[in-house]
Design a protein around this ligand. Structure first.
Ligand SMILES: Cc1cc2nc3c(=O)[nH]c(=O)nc-3n(C[C@H](O)[C@H](O)[C@H](O)COP(=O)(O)OP(=O)(O)OC[C@H]3O[C@@H](n4cnc5c(N)ncnc54)[C@H](O)[C@@H]3O)c2cc1C
Length: 393
């Protein structure tokens, strides 16, 4: 995994993350959205000039063509800042959507949507979850797409459509095959966001913040939206199959991003307690109760990283199907580790921990959801347990 060219790439990336990207964070934390966008645009130019753009994409699409394990390793670096993936052009949901278009779109759709998406000229979102249905079991979704006279007529009500604000197109998951078994009912269809009938009802307020652009989650209405038949991705009824393929690589990236976040929280915690005097002679770092938190956090991060890296290497060697149960395991295990480390760090910083003067509270607010999105803990735990228990039949 650690080839010379990859290590050189990572070293160039580290320089940008630890200088330009960390420097831009206060704009995010103080919600200065136009200035933040300008900063992101400038950093992206630097990233492109340094041949680091879109590390997840194949070279033919202007990316860096990294392996799953290299991409995971880089993700842990980029994850140290909420702006890391955005500045490198590999943020969710665009990264997964680009992968879908690469695998399933025809040439016309690739030219119209994939090329500008890969280049960072446009943005996208992914609309599957619905307020009225349990997202944990998306096969029960309500949205429909009916083919009439060469057009899909789409109706649906979605929410938690991340990055809907500012997106140029959505990939919607809708029922197209009413008479098929539940896993073969839904398809994915591209909807340009300027199509009549498409609207964003609101950015959902998450723990007090509506966010903006990349950092927002929209409630989205599809009211008799009409798009051409060729906007279908892949085959009719293959939506869930494709969703699984989209989520597989994404889970390694998410897990390694969470490891990056945990490491940043750990560093902020250690820097604080080393310097914070509670008496003339003693710092917080000298208190055994803090030392336990440091040791516990470190061990938890290291253990999670080994597990995720081993899974990424397994995928590189044997493919996603072979690593299915490892992927379930790392999803809930890493998300829980992240929550524990963030919590220790916030507590260790006292009042400062809950302010927006450090990045901790942003992570704490936004990443509580790590245990919910892309399958809640329980769904992955059930899936893993079933596979394990089957061996005892
Ligand atoms: C920040 C964020 C970003 C998101 N981004 C997107 C996006 O871009 N596009 C999109 O389509 N969706 C997105 N989602 C939606 C996400 O995929 C769903 O929230 C998730 O699948 C859970 O569905 P639900 O919210 O309907 O919870 P429910 O299905 O109602 O489940 C509620 C809780 O029940 C528990 N549970 C669920 N199933 C079981 C079970 N079988 N046994 C025991 N307990 C169980 C879990 O603890 C779960 O959290 C996002 C969500 C969040 C929070």
């Amino acid at each position: 995994m650690q080839t010379e060219s990859y290590l050189a790439l990572k070293s160039r990336a580290k320089n940008i993350v630890h200088s330009d990207i960390f420097d831009a964070e206060p704009l995010l934390l103080s919600h200065q959205w136009p200035q933040l966008q300008q900063a992101i645009t400038a950093i992206r130019q630097k990233v492109k000039a340094a041949e680091l753009w879109a590390p997840h994409l194949h070279k033919s699409l202007g990316g860096q063509g990294l392996s799953v394990s290299q991409l995971g390793d880089l993700s842990a670096l980029l994850g140290q800042s909420p702006l890391g993936h955005v500045c490198f052009g590999c943020q969710a949901p665009d990264a997964g959507n680009a992968e879908l278009l690469h695998l399933y779109a025809d040439e016309r759709i690739k030219n119209e949507f994939l090329k500008p998406l890969a280049n960072g000229d446009i943005r996208s979102c992914f609309a599957m979850t619905e307020p009225a249905m349990a997202g944990s079991n998306p096969t029960r979704l309500n949205a429909t797409a009916e083919l009439k006279d060469g057009y899909w007529h789409i109706n649906g009500h979605k929410w938690f459509t991340t990055g809907a604000e500012g997106a140029d197109f959505a990939i919607i998951m809708a029922v197209t095959e009413t008479d098929k078994p539940k896993h073969k009912k839904a398809s994915m269809i591209i909807v340009p966001t300027d199509t009549p009938g498409y609207s964003i009802k609101r950015n959902i307020s998450v723990m007090g913040s509506e966010g903006h652009g990349y950092f927002s989650h929209g409630e989205v209405i599809f009211n008799d939206v009409k798009v051409p038949e060729h906007n279908l991705l892949g085959q009719r009824g293959d939506g869930f199959l494709m969703a699984q393929q989209r989520l597989g690589p994404g889970r390694i990236q998410h897990c390694m991003r969470w490891i990056g976040i945990a490491r940043r929280c750990f560093e902020i915690m250690c820097n604080y307690i080393k310097r914070r005097h509670i008496t003339d002679d003693e710092t917080l770092a000298q208190q055994p109760v803090m030392q336990v938190k440091v040791a516990e956090s470190y061990a938890a991060i290291e253990a999670a990283q080994h597990l995720v890296q081993a899974t990424a290497e397994r995928i590189d060697q044997d493919g996603y199907a072979a690593a299915k149960h490892d992927i379930s395991m790392i999803k809930f295990h890493t998300a829980q580790m992240l929550q524990q480390v963030m919590n220790h760090a916030v507590q260790a910083l006292g009042g400062l921990g809950v302010t927006d003067d450090t990045v901790l509270s942003f992570f704490y607010r936004e990443e509580r959801a790590a245990r919910i999105y892309d399958g809640p803990d329980e769904v992955h735990q059930l899936s893993l347990a079933k596979q394990l228990l089957a061996k005892f039949d």
